[in-house]
Design a protein around this ligand. Sequence first.
Ligand code: ADP
Ligand code: ADP
Length: 225
Amino acid sequence: NATIELKKVTKNFKNTKVIDQLDLKVVAGEFLVLLGPSGCGKSTTLRMIAGLEVASDGEVLIDGDDIKKSLSDGHTIAMVFQDYALYPNMTVYQNLEYALKVHKVEKNERKRRLTSILETLNLSDYKDRLPSELSGGQKQRVALGRGMAKKSKVFLLDEPLSNIDVQLREKARDEIQSLHDKNNQTIVYVTHDQLEAMALGDRIAVMNEGIIQMIDTPENIYKNP
Ligand code: ADP
Ligand code: ADP
C-alpha cells in the first residue's frame, strides 16, 4: 500500500492542454474514484500514474519517489485497461498467469489465486480459450482478473465494469471492494458512472476539463444542501 501524489501535473497533447496543474494526493490504502464525463482527462491522469504517459510538467510520485522507480520493481502497480489489452496469443489462463510468472510467484500460489479469480469472475469454463474466442464482457473480466491477480500495492482501473452485464457487474464490484479491504491496496478507479463512484469510493474526485473540481467523501459530495 503506497501513497500516490501528483504535484501541479500538466499534460499537453501537441498544443492542447488536457490536464491543467492537477494536484492530487491518494493516501495509502485509500479507494479513490476519478469521476467525470468522457474526454475530461481521467484516463490520461491514470496513465500518468501508471507511467504510461509522461507529464508535460509537474511530478508524479509513488511513496515519495518518482514514478520511474516504482515501475522498475514490477510489484507496485497493476492496471486494468479500458480496451482490455490482453495478449492475443495467450489463453485466458496464460493471460492471468503471465505477470505472476514474470514476478516469480510460486506455482501453487499462482494456481490458488487464479482458480479463485476464474471462479469469481465466471471464467472457469473459458480458461483455455484465446481472447479472440471471447465476448467483450468476457474479455473485460479477464482484464479485471489479471489486474486482481497481481495483488499490487497500487491498483489502477479504467472503467473496468463498463462492458460487464448487470448481474455479474455487482459481483465483480464486490470482489474489487473485498480485494481492497483484504489487501489494503491503494486504488484509483476511473468511471463516468455516479452510482458506481458512490458505491466504491472512500473519496470521489470530480473531474472536468482537465481539473479536479472537488474531492470529498461520497456523503459530502451528494448530501442535500
Ligand atoms: P477520459 O478518460 O476522461 O474520457 P482522456 O484522458 O481519455 O479522457 O482524454 C482527455 C482528452 O485528451 C480528450 O480530449 C482526448 O481526446 C485527448 N487525448 C487523450 N489521449 C490523447 C493522445 N494520445 N493524443 C491526443 N489527444 C489525446
Ligand atoms: P510452467 O510453469 O513450466 O510453464 P505449468 O504446468 O505451470 O508449467 O504450465 C504449463 C502451461 O499450462 C502454461 O502455459 C500455463 O499457463 C498453462 N496452465 C497451467 N495450469 C493451467 C490450468 N489449470 N488451466 C489452464 N492452463 C494451465
